[in-house]
Design a protein around this ligand. Structure first.
Ligand code: SF4
Length: 60
């Protein structure tokens, strides 16, 4: 399964990903941290990828 990775140069800390998937993303110091890379069992994190306004979330 693909795992989400956040590009910290692009992340503006909007919090959308953490709001959408709190088991996968957590806000720390105004950046999104991937705390549960394999916790998404619904959409393979596609929703968070699509919700990110800066395209900072990649699936690897
Ligand atoms: S949705 Fe994108 S810009 Fe917003 S906190 Fe998450 S990774 Fe950062």
């Amino acid at each position: 399964m693909a795992k989400p990775v956040v590009d910290y140069d692009l992340c503006i800390g909007c919090g959308s990903c953490a709001e959408l998937c709190p088991e996968v993303f957590e806000m720390r110091d105004d950046k999104a941290w991937v705390i549960g890379p394999d916790k998404c069992n619904t959409c393979d994190c596609e929703e968070a990828v699509n919700a990110c306004p800066e395209s900072a979330i990649k699936l690897e």
